[in-house]
Design a protein around this ligand. Sequence first.
Ligand SMILES: [Cu+2]
Length: 151
Amino acid sequence: MDLGYMRRTLLFVTLLVASCEDEGQVQQPPGSTLAFDNAWVRPLVAGGSVTAAYCDIRNQGREAVRISGFSSDDPDVRVELHESSEEGGIVRMRPLENLTIPAGETVSLAPGGKHLMLFGFDDSPEVMLYAALEDGLRLPVVFTARDKVER
Ligand SMILES: [Cu+2]
């Protein structure tokens, strides 16, 4: 095989990996088949303390993973797993007991759908939440403040 081609390919792959890391978006906690991408939190409306947080949860494993909830180390912050749905033009939210990420699939927490609700949020530019898995693992995920989805 042509060595120059291989070098160029290798360089391309290296750049690709480097640029992904620079994004700071992909977080794969050790010991888990889950990866969290595009984790963001909506800044507070003036005077408020409740907001929503979103991310894409990718399961790279061969078995489904069930998340039993999210939490914060800050005792003033409570986190709930919700799902929004629209019926007859009215948007409703209901709490979800857990969230299953099927093997090899991605579940998106996104505006208008499943999301995390933060109560007592202090509007910091970054918030660390923990995903509690049913098998006992607790995975840290950093959510960065962002006004809207950039895609
Ligand atoms: Cu909600």
